[in-house]
Design a protein around this ligand. Sequence first.
Ligand SMILES: *Cc1c(COP(=O)(O)O)cnc(C)c1O
Length: 345
Amino acid sequence: MDIDKLVRPNILRLKPYSCARDEFKGEAKAFLDANENAYMHPYNRYPDPLNMDLKEVIAGLYGGVARRIFLGVGSDECIDMVYRVFCRPGVDNVVAIDPTYGMYSVCASINDVEYRSVPLNDDFSIDEERLLASTDVNTKALWVCSPNNPTGNSFSFDELRPLLERFDGLVVVDEAYGDFNTVESMIGRIDDYPNLIVLRTFSKAWGHAAIRLGMAFASEPIVDLFNKVKYPYNINILTRRRALEVLADADKVKALADEVIAVRERLASRLRQHRLIKSVYPSQANFLLVKVDDADALYGYLSNCGVVVRNRHRVNLCDNCLRITVGTPKENDLLLSALDSYDGN
Ligand SMILES: *Cc1c(COP(=O)(O)O)cnc(C)c1O
């Protein structure tokens, strides 16, 4: 697939911002190029625009190679980048599974790109034919989230392969919850599919939503385009440093993710036995989607108890559903005892 054919013409033509330090080769003795304050070391200097060393560490952990990784201010920047690089405002469109993460549609609106929702099947599996039938010559990307927010299920390579092979555009697989997943990551498929973009984040299993760091794994033409369009210094030095620190603790983070999975399964079984819970959907993520009789009423009640969950009642296929993040054992106990005290029905 020729990625250039998918790119907005103005982006193909774009000559990116270039700084003197990109052009300079050799050992600098004095930095007199960027109008920085010479004194307040080290925060006075603009940060590294590409962070190749940080990407090397990430590549070592997730597989792949550093030059096929883009770093964004959260995955949210990576999501926005798909629109800014590929979708002509007012002309192009994208197709997404429904229900799914809300930012795909918000970024589409911001970029004036038509957003086409295609419902999942009742069992939350992908309706391939319907997804593909919703595409046309101006469809630039298909959005798939796996494990999916808010349904919690994930899609295997076999389910995604027909999309990658039959759709003449980008397939973005958002694996924000991939660190909790037992299904094989799509990162390993980047080399086989030049139209595949896989998103990951430090916000969930890594426990670092506050530092705003997201990753896009993709073929080099895509990563090069993203780097050309992003703000030159998007990843700040504090984020970079903290990311290197937490990456050095990867074993601890992995153990913590396993612990969250164990706690999730205990919480799921206690919820399944609860009189108020009609069903608990299987989850490959750090949250549980549960069906109740009256989601609005229970949501309001829990809020009054100080227990904040996500009401998904108005979301397609999620009638009377609440999405509950797996908390600490203490937080989960608070949820369960609040449910025990409910006398709404
Ligand atoms: C939470 C979440 C993200 C995270 O976005 P960041 O900008 O990296 O914090 C991305 N995708 C999905 C589906 C999510 O649920």
